[in-house]
Design a protein around this ligand. Structure first.
Ligand code: DGL
Length: 304
């Protein structure tokens, strides 16, 4: 049986938190693209992010992926519609899964969202949460990404910065906010530190884990509706149009591979990484994000 080929796109290493969460529950061939030469995306315009993300989408599609996961919160928030319009495979972003999970756990229907400047300015999370009946305050935390990349995960400076950011966010949050949404790839790494700062009654929702659940469910549902299918075939435009809106309007092609095929072939899970900047630097940081060494890393140059 053939495993699904899942493309994972991020501005750099951060999306490895999403890859890690998916790999823990779904055996597949994972093809990860980190646009390390052009990160951070969190400070860039929607037009630029869309152009970069579409270039990466085309590259991953050329590697015969069945499904594309936009692990980057900024790229999802700013460019998901453009990416979907350009893609020929089903596309899953991280915003809707995070918002849906927040809605599931919030009793008071109020949340705090922490993210990059660009994600906050787009109000993608606020809008998605509103669809689920939650009010939200979005707070940009631009220092977290460099602190995490520096490896300052349990560090007094990171803790101090987090106390300031969360203090400001809480002061402006809707009354009774009882969920903190980690709306950036890097933040799951400092979740234990954040847990110590926010009240014990506040739930912490991680977009990476929520997205992994959605991807798994998509593949399982595909099996349920197409039990006869087990092989891989690239999704086609007509089949995508024929089956609209599972996740964030994501369509799921009948040609997607089955979950049971994936589950029964755990031993055959593979990883391949493509980066636009230094392979060595990526390997170094990836170890921090994945908690294990990575190989199979290749440099690619997309130009422009
Ligand atoms: N991957 C980005 C995100 O999740 C954070 C890093 C960046 O700004 O590129 O928003």
């Amino acid at each position: 049986m053939t495993l699904p080929r899942i493309g994972v796109f991020d501005s750099g290493v951060g999306g490895l938190t999403v890859l890690k969460a998916m790999a823990a529950q779904l055996p597949a061939h994972y093809l990860y693209f980190g646009d390390t030469a052009r990160l951070p995306y969190g400070t860039k315009s929607a037009e630029t992010v869309a152009r970069y993300a579409i270039g990466a989408t085309k590259f991953l599609e050329a590697q015969n992926i069945d499904l594309l996961v936009i692990a980057c919160n900024t790229a999802t928030a700013l460019a998901l519609a453009d990416i979907k319009a350009a893609a020929h495979v089903p596309v899953v972003g991280v915003v809707e899964p995070g918002a849906a999970m927040a809605a599931e756990v919030s009793k008071n229907r109020a949340a705090i969202v922490i993210a990059t400047e660009a994600t906050v300015s787009s109000h993608a999370y606020r809008n998605a949460l509103r669809q689920h009946g939650l009010e939200a305050h979005e707070k940009a935390c631009p220092l977290f990404v460099p602190l995490v990349e520096e490896g300052w995960i349990e560090h007094p400076v990171t803790e101090q910065v987090a106390r300031i950011y969360l203090g400001e966010a809480t002061a402006q949050a809707p009354a009774g906010a009882d969920v903190l949404v980690l709306a950036c790839t890097h933040y799951p790494l400092i979740a234990p530190l954040l847990r110590r700062i926010v009240p014990a009654t506040m739930e912490i929702v991680d977009s990476a884990a929520s997205t992994a659940q959605v991807v798994r469910k998509m593949i399982e549902e595909n099996l349920a509706s197409h039990p006869e299918r087990s092989g891989l075939a690239p999704a086609t435009e007509p089949s995508r149009r024929a089956c609209p809106g599972l996740v964030e309007g994501t369509s799921i092609s009948g040609a997607m591979p089955s979950a049971s095929a994936a589950m029964s072939s755990a031993a055959h899970r593979t990883f391949r990484f493509y980066v636009t900047d230094s392979v060595e630097k990526f390997k170094r940081l990836a170890t921090r994000f994945l908690g294990r060494q990575v190989d199979n890393v290749e440099h690619v140059d997309l130009g422009g």
